[in-house]
Design a protein around this ligand. Structure first.
Ligand code: S3P
Length: 171
């Protein structure tokens, strides 16, 4: 079995779905945000504030390279910006089945109302930020994906079953 790599915007459900998918497949789980925070011993908010986004993107890329050596199949949940860095596309593709959880901006806004953990969405005009960022990122997510799943109207369980159905042929 190849790694199952979940990509998509903040609030698309990668974390929830990745946990369920890993349980359902009986394999391990790695969340890139969690792993970076664990290694750095500080939160994403702190990393952005103290070291900047560029440094965070470098950490993501280093982790991706390290994961290429991991032979045991994993579910890998990625931070929302990882798949849109052009230099990460080929690394992701080489890693396993890349599944894009596609969401509408309205869904993101509902799910992330009051959220303070995403540095890129803090401050005024959250709606405009979400819409602009999602629009700008969409082509990159699509280009990096092997499978695209519109998830707004699906439960996490339904998403898991759909991922398994779609990637069965490559298992
Ligand atoms: C980011 C998404 C976050 C986290 C960081 C940057 C992004 O992960 O990696 O705040 O650029 O979209 P989630 O997608 O898990 O929220």
């Amino acid at each position: 079995m190849r790694h199952k790599v979940l990509i998509g915007f903040m609030g698309s459900g990668k974390t929830t779905v990745s946990k369920l998918l890993a349980q359902r497949l009986g394999i391990g789980l790695l969340d890139t945000d969690e792993e970076i925070q664990r290694k750095q011993q500080r939160s994403i908010t702190c990393i952005f504030a103290e070291s900047g986004e560029k440094a965070f993107r470098q950490m993501e890329r280093e982790l991706l390279k390290a994961l290429a050596k991991e032979k045991t199949p994993l579910v890998i949940s990625t931070g929302g910006g990882l798949a849109v860095q052009p230099e990460n596309k080929s690394l992701l593709k080489a890693l396993g089945d890349v599944i894009y959880l596609q969401v509408r901006p309205e869904t993101v806004l509902t799910r992330l109302a009051g959220d303070e953990t995403r540095p890129l969405l803090q401050g005024e005009e959250k709606e405009q930020k979400v819409r602009a960022l999602l629009r700008a990122r969409e082509p990159f997510y699509e280009a990096a994906a092997d499978e695209i799943l519109a998830v707004d109207d699906l439960t996490p369980e339904q998403i898991v079953e759909e991922i398994i159905r779609r990637t069965e042929a490559t298992a």
